[in-house]
Design a protein. Structure first.
Length: 105
């Protein structure tokens, strides 16, 4: 990495806390930040649980955005710290997504 230059912070987020995810950084000096990666280990011998997915075919984006905005305005308090606000945002966002586009097998 270069000295005294701004850098880009990259993140990989997951809600899966299993042991077959391997995140890392490539030690390449090609820009002012290191490229990130995520390896996902798959086994053909393991029986996997049924996959859940979201079908966005019938999603009404305007209704989704209206509901998200409405719930966020009602739930967010200026008295909360940044971590609490993010947790509240994420919980609200997931709740609205589940309402407008529920998980299906």
């Amino acid at each position: 990495m270069h000295d005294c230059t701004p850098s880009l912070l990259d993140h990989i987020y997951t809600n899966d806390n299993l042991h077959y995810l391997y995140p890392g950084l490539f030690p390449l000096d090609i820009s002012d930040h290191l490229p990130s990666f995520l390896l996902i280990e798959f086994s053909k011998n393991k029986q996997h649980a049924p996959l859940w997915r979201r079908c966005y075919k019938n999603l009404n984006v305007d209704s989704f955005l209206f509901d998200l905005d409405d719930k966020l305005r009602r739930n967010v308090s200026n008295n909360l710290d940044a971590d609490s606000k993010f947790t509240l945002f994420l919980d609200t966002f997931i709740d609205v997504v589940n309402t407008h586009s529920p998980l299906v097998k």
